[in-house]
Design a protein. Structure first.
Length: 157
């Protein structure tokens, strides 16, 4: 289980929740997953995103899977993993940063999330704290991540 920030392509005049509801309504749990089919523009956006992340944040590792392109960032702030599939993306942050340890990794996650919005033309939303990535309060998200991580360490270990 991880803290997950979602990104979707939101059509003009629609809200993030409307786009999410539409995407969820098209989901068939019994159907085989379709491999991603990125356009040349989407692949170029991924390349720009990776280069920008390395330039502005630090070293990363990437991997291509049939259903997404994935980037791993393991730096001084901690570990996180953005994944991109063309019209959607997400960032996963493990619940291993209790209390104040959560602020640096969440600040990095939101910074990377804002770069993803700019490069991919998608919108990010953090349902954990009910706020958009673009204008969201990083300290609120860090408090949530840090609180859950602290609870997990105290309760489950």
């Amino acid at each position: 289980m991880a803290y997950d920030i979602m990104f979707l392509r939101v059509p003009p005049g629609r809200t993030f929740d409307e786009a999410l509801t539409e995407a969820n309504s098209a989901y068939d749990p019994d159907a085989d997953l379709k491999p991603m089919d990125l356009t040349g523009e989407q692949r170029a956006a991924w390349d720009r995103f990776v280069q920008r992340t390395e330039r502005e944040i630090g070293p990363v590792t990437t991997q291509e899977y049939p259903y997404s392109l994935t980037l791993w960032r393991d730096g001084p702030a901690g570990w996180l993993q953005p994944a991109y599939a063309g019209d959607s993306a997400d960032i996963e942050i493990p619940y291993r940063y209790p209390g104040r340890e959560a602020l640096p990794i969440m600040a990095e996650a939101y910074r990377i999330g804002r770069m993803a919005e700019e490069e991919f033309g998608i919108e990010g939303y953090d349902h954990e704290v009910d706020q958009p990535v673009r204008t969201g309060d990083v300290s609120l998200a860090a408090a949530r991540l840090g609180g859950v991580a602290r609870w997990a360490q105290e309760t489950l270990t």
